[in-house]
Design a protein around this ligand. Sequence first.
Ligand code: GAL
Ligand code: MG
Length: 1000
Amino acid sequence: MFDLNKLANPAYFADNRMPAHSDHQYFANECEMNNNEMSMRKSLNGLWYFSYAKNLTSRIEGFEQTDYNCKNWDTIRVPAHIQMEGYGKPHYTNTPYPWDGHEKVNESEIPQNFNPTASYVKYFTAPENWKDVFISFQGVDSAMALWLNGKFVGYSEDSCTPSEFDLTPYLVDGENKIAVQVYRFSSGSWVEDQDFWRFSGIYRDVYLFTKPQLHIDDLFIHAVPVNDYKDGKLTIDFKWNNEDAKNLAVKLTDNEGNVILDTVQENITGATSTFTADFTDIKLWSAEHPNLYKAIFTVTDTDGNIMEIIPQNIGFREFKMDGNIMKINGKRIVFKGVNRHEFDCYFGRAIPTEKIAHDLEIIKQNNINAVRTSHYPNNSKLYELCDIYGLYVIDETNMETHGSWMVKGKVREDANTVPNDNPAWHDIIIDRAKSMLERDKNHASIIIWSCGNESYGGKNIFDMSEYFRQTDPSRLVHYESIFWNRKYNGTSDMESQMYTRVADIKKFLSEHRDKPFICCEYTHSMGNSNGGMHKYTDLTDEDPLYQGGFIWDFADQAIWGRDLYGNEVMYYGGDFGDRPSDYNFSGNGIVFADHSPTTKLQEVKFNYQNFVLTPSETTVKIVNKSLFTNTNEYDLVIALAKDGKEVYTTKTTADIQAGQTGEIAIELPKFGPGEYTVTASLKLKADTIWAGYGHEIAFGQYVFTCAADEKPATLPPITLTKGDVSTGVKGEGFEVMFSSDKGTLTSYKYNGVEMIEELPRLNFWRAPIDNDYGCGMQFDTAQWKLASLYNKCTDMEIIENGTQSATFKFTYELATKPTAYVVVNYTVTGDGTVKVDMSYDKVEGLPNIPDFGILFTIPVDYDQIKYYGLGPCDNYIDRKEGAKLGIFTSTTAKEMQPYLLPQECGNHCGIRWMEVTDRRGRGIKISATTPIEASALSYTPHEIENARHHYDLPRPHHTIVRASAGMYGVGGDDSWGSPTLDEYITKNETKQFSFEFKGI
Ligand code: GAL
Ligand code: MG
């Protein structure tokens, strides 16, 4: 019988659960296999009867009995999180356990009142020909007790690996009643303190299954290259459900459909058996070339009757430590990785499998070659697809105990620190490692086992690492958290750290050369981030021991909903009344919570390129950094643009082997004076499963100018009208006005249309980004916000230059201490051009200047953007490697990035000109001889800053055109203290910049 007191006992984590085994699928015959229909499996997904209790003490009892009628209960969908189906609420906390502040709970205890408990019931009739009936729960959070027809069957913890039970002993003819009680918190919750949304429920598939009379319970494939990576050796260990004699046919087909092995092992007896075979000229599996062989295992009895057919993908590959370097098939691996939580805004972690494929497409399209399943084993489908798509995987045990040893960023080791060296926690965590390894071991894509995340050091985790090593010597073992306690430094085969700055990695590596170094998490992609990421990817070329990293992380974790007015909104932590909460800290994705791309991907894709293309006017140099791919697998496309417009393009191929550098001669036609951009790109020659023909996988640009003989333009004359406070300037088709009272430009009419809706504003501020808040940048530079809001014109001067031009010089005093001044000159010429020169003489004692420019407020109708500068996605001084120089179009709406917390976005560097027009093409154009930074958004920085959610923003009523000498880089080494790298900080120094604007 199930004693509820056991729930809190870490030694009690599985009762009558079947042993973990490989995730292979089996079919009754070939036809079933081809149609992917399994007659030996019956899904129990769908509606279950459901009763929800707010806490453990008020849970329903006795409901498992057959005479307890549950058919009048409410129903709930399975698989799903209870909290996404209207019961209780989703809860987001990072490090603190969710019960923190609700109930005081010590290690080996669980909350009693803050512990919602759900009872599920499902009725079924077993298929007639099934002798044995088993049940599989692929994922239940956090613990489940199971009854069949009133009899206790078993219990299981570990939210992220399967729990399987034998129902046969309690099965009856006709209707059977399955009863499951799901506990939101159990002893397992102590080791499931990941930084994610806290949910509970049956959230992965549930199915019944039976086994044929002769059945492979488990198989373990060892497919390794031999003879200098030319040939292959295959060894497979089988575990059988009984010792009866059977035959095993093994057929192996390559990816072109050629049968390379077809053989039968006869009369196998015993509970285990081994199959071996040797192959010549094997095609190895790697992320670059995910060659898979398809094996078909057919089990027959000795009379030749088919018992089951098992299809299985096999990838031959070798991953090992060679000295102090990790190598894949003999080559030094570089992880161009991303961490991925299994999460989406509509389903939480109960995501439909189609969505996994969609994620992997995005991942492959952006040159990412590795995924860490942060921080738990994923849905099995993920690994199957990573084998097929070609991704290196770090598979991570479902273990994190962050809140038990770290408080507000500081280590606090005490009696409640788990697992540490506490023997009570030994078996439960080894069990988790075993459940993962046994399920996932046949996936070529998995090359590293990870002992979980942020669980401190200690003997128990060291034992886990040894379990991995001994059970599976073909992979390496990863663990980061020994960083905080080095007692068992041997736990991890590689040095793994998170968010270490490049300078500190270099320092560490200068002192420690015994292990390779990876960042299991780096470039924290929270909000507008990923600045300076290229410094890390550069390091992979500089030090062989630095073998790359995994971006934190793939997708924002937020939950879709509607606001009070019915508009769609992404809710984040705290929005559900969930406390304690870490609010928007779970939004760190390179894609948004609905998995639509962020602009940050532009940079990730470039930094993760396997090819460095450096064009010139006559050549393209290519550094092929891939391990197994010749550049001739792609088209090499050369495009020439004059002043941003493409004037010539040609396609060729380059034959440069993996690891080599080569140069291709190119011949470009001449098109007279102008600024030219040569873009060299490698593009897909054909469709793949993750991108179509023509998809660009790498590019490089070169810019040069052909000078023209400058002929001074003869401009029409201007006339000046000086009033008491206003001075008007008129010319052909335009009229400008300046006011000594308002202290600025008050009107710019072009072709009769007023463009200056509000007075121009000096701007030294940006709406703080998450990284600014993290390091207190907004606090340190706050004077410049005041200066942006509060400044006064202290002097206006008019400098006339006959009928040629007139300059209006304004001096502003800023609300800073000590006082600073900014001078703005507007020079009007007869063609309607207004040249703006803005300058500041450094005042000692003032902080760094977040931005330096002017905001023009124009009518909201002008929402169409076209620019010649860096794009197509927004970019910043420290995040512009992946941007291209070109002419791009956008809109003010598109430029506003839907980060969970509204913040600075939409900036473009290298702006030669930007037009902001209405849909008929009327508007203004700003241009600059020395390129500037610019943006056009619907809000001022202050409006953006005031909003905690997008629904807090006003409805657009203006377009804010911003011209700037340059703003702070976005930073992103982490979002809790690391400032923008010094070289990308716009300092308090003397500044001067110029641009022009004109109506169009
Ligand atoms: C790491 C942790 C992640 C996440 C990240 C911050 O410490 O492993 O799970 O919390 O920081 O976003
Ligand atoms: Mg954590």
